[in-house]
Each structure stands twice: as structure tokens, then as C-alpha cells.
Design a protein around this ligand. Structure first.
Ligand SMILES: [Zn+2]
Length: 268
């Protein structure tokens, strides 16, 4: 038994004996997260019909702008893998979609529809913080482990299941925008968005204003896609505001005028 196999074996024993008590245990390493995330992001890049990515060369200033917002959030002490993950913000050109999602390992995708829908830079920082939390807390990997079982993920790590990682990556790429996390995972992402933003100049409860706008759309009989993966926006507005009170952070919007110029710089 090689050293690596031995440690994986020990890890498996640990997993089998501890999973009842600690369902947060993840058999994938951070390197595995990054590898899977890179695969998923390749799948997405090779499928422009489903994911029409905004050209980063043609829209370099838009990409720089959004990356700066994300970097302020990622620099928070509360982001565990800020150094380890390959954080990258991507823009999908579809004005009809009010959505954002994250791959394992820190690739974040935001639709132009969502960017244009939001009114302030703080609001976008809030959505990015929520997605960064999903990636940093490894929510999709935990979901995969539940879905496929630890044994299968382990056989991928051990290299006994060539092709399976590609299959899972392809499946994830086709589903990320519709991936539904548990209520606990959503709440965790909301709470962490407040903690991350509390360490920036942004309004720390900014994630709430997006949900507030969704509620208004829903009431107007026009429920956006995001609500299918993020239900109960009323509770979430209340939870986010309660978290901000608990943390006693600044809820004043920064609201720089440059957000409008950023929106205007995107294609129609
Ligand atoms: Zn979410």
C-alpha cells in the first residue's frame, strides 16, 4: 500500500465512522475541488449556446470592474480558501436571466440580466458574496457527495474511475444554474455574505436588496428563475437583516456612481 493510498484508506475509515456525527465531512481535497472546478469551467466555455460568455478581451474593463468588487469580498478573513482557490468571475451575456452560480474551486458566473437588474454596486457585492460563500463552504461538493456517495468520489480520487470526473463535470456544467442547495446551505451563504461584507466598505446586508426586488417581481406575477433555486425570499430578507444586527455592521450603502457606467458598458 503506497503512502497516499494508506492515508486515503485512513480517511475512508474516518469518514465511515464519523459521517453520522459530522455530515460536513468532505472526502474531496481542496485540490480535487479545484480540478473539478477547472473541468466544469471548461465545459461551460465549450458550450456557448447554453452559456454565452461575454468576451473577456472585448469587455476587459467590465471584467476588471466586477473582479475588483469580488476581490474586496474575497479578501475578508472569513473566506477560508481565499488563497487556495482559483477565484475567477465570469459574465454570461443573457439579459433575460436573473441568476448567478458558482463552481467548486471558486469560478463564479453572473448573468448580465442580474447585473442590469440590480441598482447599486453594493447589491452586486451582496450577490457575489453569497456565491463566494457557496464555493468557499464547498456546498456543491457536499451535494455531489450526497448524490453520488463517498465511495464513488473516493474511486475518482484514487484514479480508479477514469472518465467519471469528466462525466460529473459535464453533469454539473449542465445543472449549476439550477442546482438547489439545502435550506441550511442557503442560510449559511446568506449569513456569510453579511460577515464578508462587514469587512468591506459595502452595505453589509446588501444581499437582502436583491431578494427584496425578487419579492416585488413575484408579487407582480413575474417570478424570476432565481426563485426556483432560492425559495422563501421573505424569510431570507429577515434572516440577512437579523444577521447584520447580530454582527452590528454598517448597513449604509457605498453606492458609487461608477455602477451605472459599468452597466452601460455591457452589451444590450
Ligand atoms: Zn444560493
Amino acid at each position: 500500500m503506497s503512502r497516499n493510498y494508506f492515508f486515503t484508506f485512513i480517511t475512508l475509515i474516518f469518514f465511515l465512522t464519523s459521517c453520522d456525527k459530522n455530515n460536513d465531512f468532505v472526502i474531496f481535497s481542496i485540490e480535487d475541488d479545484k480540478q473539478l472546478g477547472a473541468q466544469v469551467s471548461q465545459e461551460i466555455a465549450s458550450n456557448p449556446a447554453e452559456y454565452p460568455l461575454l468576451d473577456p478581451n472585448q469587455y476587459a474593463s467590465s471584467y476588471n470592474y466586477i473582479a475588483q468588487i469580488a476581490n474586496r469580498v474575497i479578501s475578508s478573513d472569513a473566506v477560508t480558501y481565499k488563497e487556495e482557490f482559483d477565484w475567477q468571475i465570469n459574465i454570461i451575456h443573457d439579459d433575460d436571466v436573473l441568476n448567478a452560480f458558482a463552481t467548486p474551486g471558486g469560478h463564479i458566473y453572473v448573468y448580465t440580466g442580474l447585473i442590469k437588474f440590480l441598482e447599486k454596486e453594493d447589491d452586486l457585492a451582496g450577490v457575489l458574496a453569497h456565491e463566494i460563500a457557496h464555493a468557499d463552504q464547498r456546498h456543491s461538493i457536499k451535494q455531489l457527495q450526497k448524490q453520488y456517495g463517498a465511495q464513488l468520489l473516493l474511486s475518482i480520487i484514487l484514479g480508479n474511475n477514469a472518465g467519471q470526473l469528466e462525466q460529473i463535470a459535464a453533469g454539473l456544467a449542465g445543472n449549476l444554474a439550477f442546482l438547489r442547495f439545502s435550506r441550511d446551505a442557503e442560510r449559511e451563504a446568506d449569513d456569510l455574505s453579511v460577515e464578508y461584507l462587514a469587512q468591506t466598505d459595502y452595505q453589509c446586508n446588501a444581499a437582502f436588496s436583491f431578494f427584496q426586488k425578487l419579492i416585488e417581481m413575484d408579487q407582480a406575477g413575474n417570478p424570476p428563475q432565481f426563485l426556483s433555486t432560492h425559495p422563501n425570499p421573505e424569510n431570507r430578507v429577515a434572516d440577512i437583516n437579523a444577521k447584520a444586527e447580530e454582527v452590528e455592521c454598517d448597513t449604509t450603502p457605498l453606492d458609487p456612481a461608477s455602477y451605472q457606467a459599468f452597466k452601460n458598458g455591457l452589451p444590450n
